[in-house]
Ligand binder design. Structure first.
Ligand code: SAM
Ligand code: SF4
Ligand code: F3S
Length: 445
């Protein structure tokens, strides 16, 4: 009987990349991927520790797994990702159902640990920061799934230490992967049919790799990928405003395959709060970057992350954030109520009133939503370029994304996943566009 592995992924795209790689790694020791939890001999929860809620979801999920396996053979229960790193042995103490805790820089060891596991009461804990070893091991393992849009992690960790954030503690210091290794991995994915490469890093634009006295930046990777024939789109996330250098901004002018869409978190529109957060940039500096981006490419659109209710945030600070949102006109953004994370400097500060925070979040989200809806409305009766990702059903309906990541469902004939097509938009909702495409193939897969 074949062994089956089920992975549930929480958190950011970097965790999604890691989960895909865990599938690739475990396939080498005979595991096949299953979408049905109950069929699994091994379950991995790839966890996120960014907010308290994200962490608690993990324990809730273990509770559900225990229930559904009550009359079945217990699967090997593995916790990977950022909660594993932050809580380590504490997790095994709190929940003895867990067999292994593996940090985000140690998951290349997962196959050895599974092979060692004998179903005894022995527990494994691998939470070292061994990032160079990890990527050296991973490069030996080919990707097993071909996708139209694929992630490639190019950078890990963070040296910025925003006062609210756990990432520098869970992912460790900034580390950039070898340029050659990245281009090779992207090339392999493109050979397998990938049309869009999304370069990932907690601070992706801090990428800096030096080899034989030559320094490679994120712009070097973008320019190299842009020159490859079989690729249609390039994107990167997540960027820090401080690292938006001229060479990177120029890519939006020069590289036609680079999507004119940038996720650039600001967190707050108030300089007082940005200072309290230790964000290392001001509102004015952020706006100057937006101006440079707009000059480089007039079609560029920006999305961002916002935290409301940061300790000490006044009504005025909050209004400054609302003004900034209106000024920039952010699309597709994320917003959260501040969540105190143990071990971070902000965790010891007095938290703001819960219901006021909730009110603020609602207001901020409604402002973002109006901009988003107007942005979608602007597409009405116009054509937009769509990368086809898959067929939705038998009635010639397809799913794809615009250059700005907006999902679009449309009718068409004789097209394939991976094609770039021109779609006429006939209606829209808050989050999606709808339309059709007739003989509008821009580029075949
Ligand atoms: N590196 C990115 C940057 O420079 O902003 C962000 C990475 S973090 C994984 C994603 C987002 O989670 C942050 O931009 C922030 O808005 C949010 N976040 C992080 N810590 C948080 C906390 N303690 N409470 C609420 N939101 C938080
Ligand atoms: Fe967290 Fe700040 Fe680093 Fe982003 S830059 S990962 S928010 S510490
Ligand atoms: Fe979460 Fe870790 Fe990503 S805390 S957001 S999974 S880097």
């Amino acid at each position: 009987m074949s062994k089956k592995i089920f992975i549930k992924t929480f958190g950011c795209q970097m965790n999604e990349y890691d989960s895909n790689r865990i599938y690739d790694l475990t396939s080498k020791i005979g595991f096949t991927k299953t979408e049905i939890k109950k069929d699994a001999n091994c379950i991995v929860l790839n966890t996120c520790n960014i907010r308290e809620k994200a962490k608690e979801k993990v324990y809730d999920e273990i509770g559900r797994i225990k229930k559904s396996f009550k009359n079945l053979k217990k699967p090997i229960m593995i916790i990977s990702g950022c909660v594993a790193q932050a809580e380590s042995n504490e997790m095994i103490r709190r929940e003895p159902y867990i067999d292994m805790v593996i940090g985000p820089q140690s998951y290349h060891k997962i196959t050895d640990l599974i092979l060692k596991y004998k179903g005894k009461k022995q527990k494994f804990n691998e939470t070292e920061f061994d990032v160079i070893k990890k990527f050296d091991e991973l490069q030996k393992i080919p990707h097993s799934e071909n996708k139209i849009s694929s992630y490639v992690t190019i950078q890990e960790g963070c040296d910025k230490f925003c006062n609210f954030c756990v990432v520098p503690y869970t992912r460790g210091p900034e580390h950039s992967r070898s340029f050659k290794q990245i281009i090779k991995e992207a090339g392999n994915l493109i050979d397998m049919g990938t049309k869009e490469i999304i370069l990932l890093g907690q601070n992706v634009n801090a990428y800096n790799f030096v080899e034989q006295k030559k320094s490679y930046k994120l712009s070097s990777i973008i320019r190299e990928l842009n020159s490859l024939k079989k690729i249609s789109r390039i994107r990167y996330t997540t960027s820090h405003p401080k690292d938006m250098t001229k060479d990177l901004i120029d890519c939006f002018k020069d590289c036609k395959k680079l999507s004119p869409f940038l996720h650039l978190p600001i967190q707050s529109g108030s300089n007082e709060i940005l200072k309290k957060m230790n964000r290392k940039h001001t509102r004015e500096y952020y706006l100057s970057i937006i101006e440079k981006l707009n000059k480089a490419n007039k079609d560029i659109k920006i999305s961002s992350d916002f935290i409301v209710g940061y300790p000490g945030e006044t009504e005025k600070d909050f209004e400054n954030t609302i003004d900034l949102i209106k000024e920039v006109g952010f699309i597709n953004s994320y917003s959260f109520i501040f969540s105190p994370r143990p071990g971070t400097p902000a965790a010891t500060k007095k938290v703001n009133n819960k219901s006021e925070n909730l009110e603020k979040l609602k207001k901020l989200q409604s402002v973002l939503e109006i901009i988003q809806i107007n942005n979608n409305k602007n597409y009405l009766n116009k054509y937009c370029e769509v990368l086809v990702e898959n067929k939705v059903n038998e009635n010639d309906k397809y799913f794809g994304r615009t250059k700005y990541m907006t999902p679009i469902i449309f009718e068409s004939k004789n097209i394939n996943p991976g094609d770039l097509v021109n779609v006429k938009v006939t209606s829209y909702s808050k989050k999606s566009l709808f339309g059709f495409s007739i003989n509008n193939k821009i580029k075949a897969a």
